[in-house]
Design a protein around this ligand. Structure first.
Ligand SMILES: NC(=O)C1=CN([C@@H]2O[C@H](COP(=O)(O)OP(=O)(O)OC[C@H]3O[C@@H](n4cnc5c(N)ncnc54)[C@H](OP(=O)(O)O)[C@@H]3O)[C@@H](O)[C@H]2O)C=CC1
Ligand SMILES: N[C@@H](CC(=O)OP(=O)(O)O)C(=O)O
Length: 336
């Protein structure tokens, strides 16, 4: 596999567009790059470096001669096409959630469990975006002092709901400024000047589907079946970068200074924790890049237990989706 023929499914979407950037930035050896989307986009063009590529309509006959499929489709569309891509021998790296908990499909964050990649049977799954950002932030802390449980609150940008999520916020801001009424389409309520404590549907215990992903996917990625997570996921009127407040229950007591040192040495993480100068990560500063930013590291007591709380922000379209998938491919190429 020296020079690859790669296809991006959903190339015109938020994640698909960033996959082109990540492929270029990481110098993936590409012989041919094919871009697929719905028939609405067929014939439009996108730039890949200095090459202009024409978008084709995705069909089940598209996969002949393709080595690697990077999938940036919603679940219902991915379900139609990925079984065919696998059948035709492509290596599929999938951003949808349909295969993440399948025991025959590795679920990989390259900074955490890269070697799981080699257990693949044709499909490798990319985790949920908030899960990727949280796990990158805490990966080295978990190695130094096992995390047995976490309490997490997320503040998720509208781009997490794709290009239509961004359009909805931008349209509502303009409509409100012009005194017009707002009709939500993508989010269940007005998102401009609001917060919505629901991402996905609710289960019988009242947890949303997004809230269960951090525990279910986190257990698989960390090989830690006993990890307990309670999570509250909130949609916020931010364009890009998810933020998370994470409280960790660790098996070993770490001082704040020790935790800062560990975080500062974590792959893919930048520590910004300078309270004297109001230094902490914020979504406006962490978008359009691959680093996960961590700050506000502090300790408190809950009962007899000493807990560590941190704040992190990361661009969920980049590191939380497109770049994570391309890093999986990069690691595969370099180590297979
Ligand atoms: N946005 C994010 O932050 C994250 C997203 N993900 C996951 O990544 C996937 C893509 O999300 P995102 O990029 O945000 O979504 P978008 O809505 O921005 O893009 C969807 C893409 O799918 C294409 N598409 C839609 N219908 C069809 C069809 N019938 N046939 C072929 N292509 C079709 C669209 O093409 P067209 O332009 O022609 O309509 C577009 O390229 C989803 O599974 C999502 O859950 C994962 C982590 C983070
Ligand atoms: N649901 C996430 C983005 C996403 O697409 O997640 P998943 O890939 O787990 O469906 C959000 O809205 O912010």
């Amino acid at each position: 596999m020296s020079q690859l023929t790669v296809a991006i499914l959903g190339a015109t979407g938020e994640v698909g567009k960033e996959m082109l950037n990540s492929l270029l930035e990481r110098n993936i050896p590409i012989k041919d790059l094919k871009l697929f989307a719905s028939k609405r986009s067929a014939g439009q063009t996108m730039m890949f470096g200095d090459k202009e590529l024409v978008i084709e309509t995705l069909t089940t006959d598209c996969f002949e001669g393709i080595d690697v499929v990077l999938c940036a489709l919603d679940d219902d569309i991915a379900r139609i096409y990925l079984p065919e891509a696998k059948k035709q021998g492509c290596l599929v790296i999938d951003n949808s959630s349909i295969y993440r908990l399948d025991e025959n499909v590795p679920l990989v964050v390259p900074e955490v469990n890269p070697d799981d990649i080699f257990n693949h049977q044709g499909i490798i799954a990319n985790p949920n975006c908030s899960t990727i950002i949280a796990l990158v932030a805490i990966a080295k802390l978990h190695k130094e002092a096992t995390i047995h449980s976490m309490i997490v609150s997320t503040y998720q940008a509208v781009s997490g709901a794709g290009k239509q999520g961004i359009e909805e916020l931008e349209t509502q801001v303009v409509d409100i400024a012009e005194g017009k009424s707002v009709t939500p389409h993508i989010f269940p309520y007005q998102i401009a000047y609001n917060l919505i404590p629901q991402i996905g549907g609710f289960n019988e215990e009242g947890h949303s589907s997004e809230e269960m992903k951090l525990q279910n996917e986190g257990r698989k990625i960390l090989h830690h079946p006993d990890l307990d997570v309670t999570c509250t996921c909130v949609r916020v009127p931010v364009i890009r970068s998810h933020s998370e407040a994470i409280t960790l229950f660790l098996d070993k007591d770490l001082s704040v200074e020790e935790a800062r040192q560990i975080v500062s040495e974590t792959d893919g993480v930048k520590l910004i924790d300078d309270l004297d100068h109001q230094g902490y990560p914020m979504p406006l500063d962490t978008s359009n890049q691959d680093l996960v930013y961590v700050g506000r590291i502090r300790k408190s007591k809950i009962g007899n237990q000493s807990v560590l709380t941190l704040w992190c922000c990361g661009d969920q379209v980049r590191k939380g989706a497109a770049t994570n998938a391309v890093q999986i491919l990069e690691y595969y190429i370099q180590n297979k």
